[in-house]
Design a protein around this ligand. Structure first.
Ligand code: ADP
Ligand code: MG
Length: 257
């Protein structure tokens, strides 16, 4: 997939409109970070891309095809998803969860192959969870669960990864580890992120939302400015630039009242 075109997307739940006409062309083969304060609509927009929400008004085209016309199985082979909340009802082990990444390629009741199990081992290695393969998923910490869910995405071998706050339970070592890993896959990524400095380090394009609208789209240098921090997040901060020209946000200034 090359491009996702979103045209005038509105979304309502009951009487409440949550997305107020989103229009954007997003590359599906780069790293796109979706930013914005809590409740601005990031998860709602991502849920449209991974088809938890149906398009009510406006449209979403993936390489020119309206999203609803793409067969779910084809979409599941192409797009890997790591949502915001993970809970599994049964007592699956870590390797069983990771193996579920092969489901889009299987007929029902088709057995797992040695190749599937090799993919699982390699993916658990890459996220640093190989030693936990036999453990129960539900006993893991939030951060460990996040790494296993990413392994499941890797096992799926998607062309595009959609990640909703993929690092929110992770300590800084694994935040860096996971974002570098994802970036190193060389596939498309659309990720809702909170940390602006990490977004600037890893994303090619930043999309900033506020109150159900897209406010800004551009490169980290274009987007991360003192004005944007104040108008979108309501915080006062200094933006400096590192040797490579990447913006670095410094919040250690007096806040607005
Ligand atoms: P973000 O991911 O940017 O924090 P969300 O997309 O989760 O924001 O939510 C956007 C807005 O939509 C919020 O005001 C939220 O309360 C509301 N919202 C999301 N899902 C529902 C729902 N199922 N029912 C009612 N309101 C919802
Ligand atoms: Mg969210």
């Amino acid at each position: 997939m090359k491009e996702i075109r979103i045209e005038n997307l509105h979304f309502r739940i009951g009487a409440k409109e949550i997305l107020h006409g989103i229009t954007a062309d997003l590359p599906a083969d780069r790293f796109v970070a979706l930013l914005g304060p809590n409740g601005c609509g990031k998860s709602t927009l991502l849920k449209h891309l991974y088809r938890v929400h149906r398009v009510q008004e406006g449209q979403i085209l993936m390489d020119g095809t309206p999203i609803a016309e793409i067969p779910l199985r084809a979409a599941a082979q192409e797009i890997g998803v790591m949502g915001q909340f993970h809970s599994v009802d049964f007592d699956f082990t870590v390797e069983e969860i990771a193996l579920m990444g092969r489901a889009p390629y299987k007929e029902s009741f088709e057995d797992d192959t040695a190749a599937d199990r090799a993919l699982v081992r390699a993916a658990l290695e890459r996220v640093g969870m190989a030693d936990a393969a036999k453990r129960s998923f539900n006993e893991l910490s939030g951060g460990e669960q996040q790494r296993v869910m990413l392994a499941r995405c890797l096992v799926q071998e998607p062309r595009l990864l959609i990640l909703d706050e993929p690092t929110n339970h992770l300590d800084i070592k694994y935040q860096l580890h996971i974002l570098a890993l994802v970036k190193g896959l060389g596939i498309g990524v659309i990720a809702a992120l909170h940390d602006l400095n990490l977004a600037a380090m890893y994303a090619d394009l930043l999309v900033v939302m506020k109150n159900g609208r897209i406010e800004h789209i551009g490169t980290p240098q274009e987007i991360i400015t003192e004005n944007m921090l104040e108008s979108v997040y309501g915080v006062r901060a200094n933006v400096a630039y590192d040797a490579a020209g990447l913006p670095l946000v410094d919040y250690r200034t007096e806040q607005l009242p």
